[in-house]
Design a protein around this ligand. Structure first.
Ligand SMILES: [Zn+2]
Length: 210
């Protein structure tokens, strides 16, 4: 896909996320790798109203070379590109249910989104919850780097999810799957429910090579 088509796809998918309530106001930011750098949504932009020519472009040395000023959370994105091999896109949302989950006490920090359905296992994998730091604090990027590329997704405590994937479409799908799984988990909270066991998770990993 050439850069013009990638920009158009970014605008289209961001609008779709906004229109379906995965992002409100100017929350959330999305990036996608191109041949000579990355494209990222501008700071304070609304995912519902992006313009192709105003999307920020960062070169391979991290310099802002065109478009509006990049999101101030760009270091979350860079941390994934620089540590997780094959990362082609990163989606960060403040989506309601995943953010609610990120605020809960007593969840498993290593596996913050339990394996409720096969799809969250296939599309997202185990999600690490990272401790709260204020938005814009570079320690957030450092905590992602410290994972050494072993996780495709994290939950920033009291903030929201960040998901990395091989391309834009599959990464948006993964972010949606994470949000819907968080919704199911909260709907089931306090009710006796079943999770997939280790044997089922291992089978999914084997068959779908997650
Ligand atoms: Zn954020």
């Amino acid at each position: 896909m050439n850069e013009a088509a990638t920009r158009a796809e970014l605008v289209r998918l961001a609008r779709s996320l906004f229109e379906r309530g995965y992002s409100v106001g100017s929350s959330g930011n999305i990036s996608v790798a191109v041949d000579d750098g990355i494209l990222i949504t501008p700071t304070n932009s609304c995912l519902g109203f992006l313009e192709v020519d105003r999307i920020a472009k960062i070169d391979c040395d991290g310099r802002h070379i065109s478009g509006d000023k990049p999101s101030k959370e760009i270091f979350l994105h860079k941390a994934f590109y620089e540590t997780r091999l094959g990362t082609g896109a990163v989606v960060h949302l403040h989506s309601t249910y995943a953010t609610a989950l990120s605020c809960l006490n007593g969840i498993d920090e290593e596996d913050a989104v339990p394996s409720l359905t096969p799809y969250v296992v296939m599309r997202v994998g185990a999600v690490r919850r990272l401790p709260y730091v204020r938005p814009g604090d570079p320690r957030m990027g450092e905590m992602i780097r410290e994972l050494g590329g072993r996780k495709a997704a994290v939950l920033l405590a009291n903030h929201g999810p960040v998901v990395a994937g091989k391309d834009l479409l599959s990464t948006v799908y993964a972010a949606e799957e994470l949000e819907e799984t968080a919704k199911l988990l909260l709907l089931l909270s306090g009710r006796n429910h079943n999770l997939l066991g280790q044997a089922e998770v291992d089978e999914l990993k084997r068959v779908f090579r997650n």
